[in-house]
Ligand binder design. Sequence first.
Ligand SMILES: Cc1cc2nc3c(=O)[nH]c(=O)nc-3n(C[C@H](O)[C@H](O)[C@H](O)COP(=O)(O)O)c2cc1C
Length: 157
Amino acid sequence: MKIIVGITGASGVIYAKRLLEALDKHETILVISEAGKRVIEEELNMSWEKLKDLANEYYDNNDFFSPYASGSNKFDSAIIIPCSMKTLSAIANGYASSLIVRVADIALKERRKLIICPREMPLNSIHLRNMLKLSNLGAIIMLPYQPFTASQKQLMI
Ligand SMILES: Cc1cc2nc3c(=O)[nH]c(=O)nc-3n(C[C@H](O)[C@H](O)[C@H](O)COP(=O)(O)O)c2cc1C
């Protein structure tokens, strides 16, 4: 499967790293926002350039000449992990000013799978409204949750 992974500047970039490692049998295309690059360095103590080696392809978040800025270039699913409230809002309002938002916009219009993993605490009504709007459009809203049960221990960070 061809999966686009978008990393934005929300806390919890470890989830994106684990996801890329878990998807090693798939074709992964990675896009990282400028804030995402800063958070990777802050939280993972590694360079974003090193993280991008976990994916098959990489594009800058302002690269609208990337093939994936066009709906004609097929991908199976897109996942934004972690997703900041800024990017969540841009997707919910169709404001495609970055490649990550454009990819999400394409997934919605082409009815492809879109998984959004928002991170914020606490949530205000704007955040909640944006999540509901996207859920109603068919996006899967998946809060990154830390599992605590014994059977899920292997998933724990
Ligand atoms: C260390 C750090 C952690 C942050 N965590 C969050 C967060 O959990 N959720 C969020 O919405 N924004 C968070 N922010 C703020 C976003 O990075 C900021 O709103 C940024 O403009 C998001 O841009 P992007 O969506 O293009 O990545 C954080 C910023 C920093 C520096």
